[in-house]
Design a protein around this ligand. Structure first.
Ligand code: ADE
Ligand code: ZN
Length: 340
């Protein structure tokens, strides 16, 4: 299945995006525009020089640049505009539901008040309905910081609890096991928030077990390493734990060296609830539809398998039951190309 007709089918396929860092949608042009507007100095002479720096050797080499880029975000308006631009792009790619990650500590550590960050982001999310998207916000703790810092971050965000979907865990994985964040996740669950965690991106299968059994994570973000642990594969399949996979991110950060060997295919075949997402699209060369296209072309996925990925994303979402039923109906009503 190749070509423009099927690409437009992929764009229209009703889907949810469940693994998207809003700071990772900061396109180079916007980074320069905001640097100028906010009088922030960027260590790059030009857009080309910035783009040339997007050659990553691993997760940390990306994160170093990513946190530097995020420093141009300073005002409520910046967060609003960034989030709104993502929502418009997502809607154009058939995203009917989006659960967006935000790293509060990346901003509060630079002296930007949490209120500013959340008000701007939430104001955009509150308007998503007007373009046919339901949307929610997941606050991620930076795992290179302490468990105490995560707990304090959650406590400071609790006044916004009713406008939040849940909490997550991201940043440098190696050497920062999920168990460091036991207390913050326990509080989040007590407060009725959903829980997800990055695990098994660069870290070992053990971190996925911990995310499930210590943090009570309802979804695993990435989960690539699970392919190396048969018992874990059985557990993920038996419990229907969703994996929010990000193929182009994995390629760019050398989690896999070739998409043809990406574990998404064997995981799908083993009945795992795999989903496709973009992670940090401005840095990794593709929004969600491009990730679907990439796995379609390299893993020879059929239209029926692509629909399964889309269905998984809708089923794995934290949308309320009525909205989820509506989303699944959108998918059932959507057409499949005749050629497949
Ligand atoms: N923050 C943004 N993107 C990330 C990724 N791929 N892994 C961990 N933390 C992140
Ligand atoms: Zn991520």
């Amino acid at each position: 299945m190749q070509g423009n007709a099927t690409d437009s089918w992929l764009l229209a396929l009703p889907k949810a995006e469940l693994h998207l860092h809003i700071e990772g949608t900061l396109e180079p042009e916007r980074m320069f525009q905001l640097a100028e507007r906010n009088d922030v100095e960027l260590p790059f002479e030009s857009l080309d020089a910035l783009r040339a720096a997007y050659q990553f050797s691993d997760l940390q080499s990306f994160l170093d640049l990513y946190y530097q880029g995020a420093a141009v975000l300073r005002t409520e308006r910046d967060f609003f505009e960034l989030t709104w631009a993502y929502l418009e792009r997502a809607a154009a790619e058939g995203v009917h539901h989006a659960e967006i990650f935000l790293d509060p500590q990346t901003h509060t550590q630079r002296g930007i008040p949490l209120d500013v960050v959340l008000q701007g982001t939430l104001r955009a999310l509150a308007r998503a309905d007007s373009i046919g998207v339901s949307a929610g916000l997941i606050l991620c703790f930076l795992r290179h910081l302490t468990g105490e810092a995560a707990l304090a971050t959650l406590e400071s965000a609790l006044p916004f609890k009713d406008q939040l979907l849940g909490v997550g865990l991201d940043s440098s994985e190696r050497g920062n096991p999920p168990e460091k964040f036991r207390d913050a996740f326990e509080l989040a669950r007590r407060e009725g928030l959903h829980t997800v965690a990055h695990a098994g991106e660069e870290g070992p299968p053990e971190y996925i077990w911990q995310a499930l059994d210590v943090l009570g994570a309802e979804r695993i973000d990435h989960g690539v390493a699970a392919i190396r642990d048969r018992e874990l594969m059985r557990r993920l399949a038996a419990d229907g734990i969703p994996l929010t996979m990000c193929p182009l991110s994995n390629l760019r950060l050398h989690v896999v060296e070739d998409l043809r060997t990406h574990p998404l295919r064997p995981m799908l075949d083993a009945g795992l609830r795999v989903t496709v997402n973009s992670d940090d699209p401005a840095y990794f060369g593709g929004y969600v539809a491009e990730n679907y296209r990439a796995v379609r072309d390299t893993l020879a996925l059929t239209a029926s398998e692509l629909r399964t990925l889309a269905r998984n994303s809708l089923e794995a979402s934290f949308a309320p039951p009525e909205r989820r039923a509506e989303l699944l109906q959108d998918l059932e009503r959507s057409a499949t190309p005749v050629s497949t």
